[in-house]
Each structure stands twice: as structure tokens, then as C-alpha cells.
Design a protein around this ligand. Structure first.
Ligand code: NAD
Length: 278
């Protein structure tokens, strides 16, 4: 069982790199002041992990926010992702360089293949392996890879992905995939941990939040960490960024973890990795 300590606490990836299990997501945070402030506030509040992507079109602001926080770059775990239209060996290398330029940094802590683009992702992975060997990236991983995508990738890969970032919340657990990743030492990471905000409308979570005197977001984010899943809730509001991180002063009982686990409906709020068309 993983130990959860505080906002700066880490899980150790299979290559020994320590990755903070709690971070800030910035999808839909606008480049410019919105994302600069979100990142700066988060880092000031103790966040040490920021999750962006080339397609979010805000890497410039993310880099600025980190610099504005005054915290050294090497104390932040910075994640970006190669977009679908940039997949393939050469294009991925070029996309990586372009991300670094926008972020104004000379390395990434984690670089992910954003989606498993058919016929392309193995070449993309070869590029990530090369960048990793050159020590331009501290860890490499994938996102939106189902078990069959991972099996296909692993059949030719020389490096096993360190992370798989997937849609994950109490309505979409995909336990078979979680177990498959665990058995291959691939750390599971949750995107849309708050169901893109829809979780706040659901009564079942209100009841448990009342019981622990916590918010719905805090309950669900704590559930992620107790399940050993890295989590990156998004907000661009200072108070919410602060509140979402107030999950290190309580724990959910085994019984209530089971109650949350049992809500799984296999329901997605985002695209399906087997049918996406972008
Ligand atoms: P999320 O589940 O984090 O929910 C974000 C929404 O909840 C926002 O509308 C926000 O305003 C609201 N919210 C946040 N905290 C709140 C609070 N305390 N009270 C009330 N409302 C609150 O959704 P997300 O942004 O889709 O996912 C998180 C991150 O995961 C993204 O920002 C991105 O970094 C990453 N992501 C990755 C992929 C991928 O394909 N790899 C896809 C989607 C998201």
C-alpha cells in the first residue's frame, strides 16, 4: 500500500523517478493571465506537479506561471503530451522541441502520448524512448491506452511506459485496466477526476462529503490517492485550487472506499479511446 503524506508527496515510478501524486490540470485554462495565475497560485499553495499538453495551447503561460512562482524549475514535476497530428518519429521529436521552447525549459519530467493514434503510436513511442535515453525527459508514458493498446505497444517497446493517464472517477474505474497497469508497473493516473465538474450535481457524493465534513471534490480526490492513483484536478480559481488540495488531514475508511468503488458504471464523460476520431 502506498503512503499518502502531503501535497508534495510522491509515488515512485518504475525507473525510480518520484512523481508527486497530486497536481494541477490546466485543460481549458486560457493561455495568458488565466493559466499564469492558476499555475503560480498552485505552486505557491504547495502544488509541485503541473499537467499540460501541446493541444491545450497554454504551455507558454504554464512556463510563465512556474517562473512567476519563484520556485526552482527542478522542484516542479512538469508534464506535457504530444498531440495526435504530431505523431510519428520525426514529428514527435519536433513537437517535443516546440513544447520545450514554449515552456522555456530544457527538459520535461514526464512526456505522454496523448491518444493511441492507430498506425502511429509505436513510432511515437520510439521517439519518446530516444528522448528518454538522451535524458531530455525524466519519465515517459501514455494516455488513453486500453489494455490492447498497451499489449501491442509492449510487444515492441524497449521501455515500459511509466504512466498511463486515463479518464478515472467513481463512475469509470476500469478495474481490469488498473490491474493490468499495476502488474506491469505502469502507474495509473486520473484525468477528469471530478467528472469535468459534473460530480458536484450528484447526491450520492453529497452524503459522504457531509459525513467527513469535506467537500465532494476533497472526498473524490482523496479516494484517488488512497487507490494509488495520481490525480490532477483542474481549476483556475484560487480558492478552489486551495480547497482541492485540502485532502491530507483525513482519510476515508475502508468501508467508505468500498462504497465509492461500488458506484462504478463504466460511464465516460470524455471520448472513448477505442472510437475517438481526432
Ligand atoms: P476535472 O474533473 O478536473 O474537473 C474540472 C472542472 O471542475 C472545472 O470546470 C472546474 O471549474 C471544476 N472544479 C474544480 N474544482 C472545483 C471545486 N472545488 N468546486 C467546484 N467546481 C470545481 O476535469 P478536467 O479538466 O477534464 O481533468 C483534469 C485534468 O486532466 C485536465 O485539466 C488535464 O490536465 C487532464 N486531462 C487529460 C486528458 C487526456 O486525454 N490525457 C483529458 C482530459 C483532461
Amino acid at each position: 500500500m502506498d503512503t499518502i503524506t502531503d501535497i508534495k508527496g510522491c509515488f515512485t515510478l518504475h525507473n525510480g523517478v518520484k512523481m508527486p501524486y497530486f497536481g494541477l490540470g490546466v485543460y481549458l485554462s486560457k493561455d495568458g493571465n488565466e493559466v499564469i495565475n492558476a499555475v503560480k497560485w498552485a505552486v505557491e499553495l504547495g502544488y509541485r506537479h503541473i499537467d499540460t499538453a501541446a493541444i491545450y495551447d497554454n504551455e507558454t503561460g504554464v512556463g510563465e506561471g512556474i517562473r512567476a512562482s519563484g520556485i526552482p524549475r527542478e522542484d516542479i514535476f512538469l508534464v506535457s503530451k504530444v498531440w495526435n497530428t504530431d505523431q510519428g518519429y520525426e514529428a514527435t521529436i519536433a513537437a517535443f522541441e516546440a513544447s520545450l521552447k514554449r515552456l522555456k525549459t530544457d527538459y520535461l519530467d514526464l512526456y505522454l502520448i496523448h491518444w493511441p493514434v492507430k498506425g502511429k503510436y509505436k513510432e511515437t513511442w520510439r521517439a519518446l524512448e530516444e528522448l528518454y535515453r538522451q535524458k531530455r525527459i525524466r519519465a515517459i508514458g501514455v494516455s488513453n491506452f486500453m489494455q490492447h493498446h498497451l499489449e501491442d505497444l509492449l510487444s515492441e517497446a524497449s521501455i515500459v511506459p511509466m504512466v498511463n493517464q486515463m479518464e478515472f472517477h467513481p463512475y469509470l474505474v476500469q478495474q481490469g485496466l488498473v490491474d493490468f497497469c499495476a502488474s506491469n508497473k505502469i502507474r495509473y493516473e486520473a484525468w477528469s477526476p471530478l467528472m469535468q465538474g459534473k460530480i458536484f450535481e450528484m447526491d450520492v457524493f453529497k452524503k459522504m462529503a457531509g459525513k467527513y465534513n469535506k467537500t465532494i471534490a476533497q472526498i473524490v480526490l482523496r479516494w484517488d490517492l488512497q487507490k494509488g492513483v495520481i490525480t490532477i484536478p483542474k481549476s483556475s480559481k484560487r480558492q478552489r485550487i486551495k480547497d482541492n488540495a485540502a485532502i491530507f488531514d483525513f482519510s476515508i475508511s475502508e468501508e467508505d472506499m468500498f462504497v465509492l468503488d461500488s458506484l462504478d458504471k463504466g460511464k465516460r464523460f470524455g471520448p472513448d479511446p477505442d472510437t475517438f476520431d481526432f
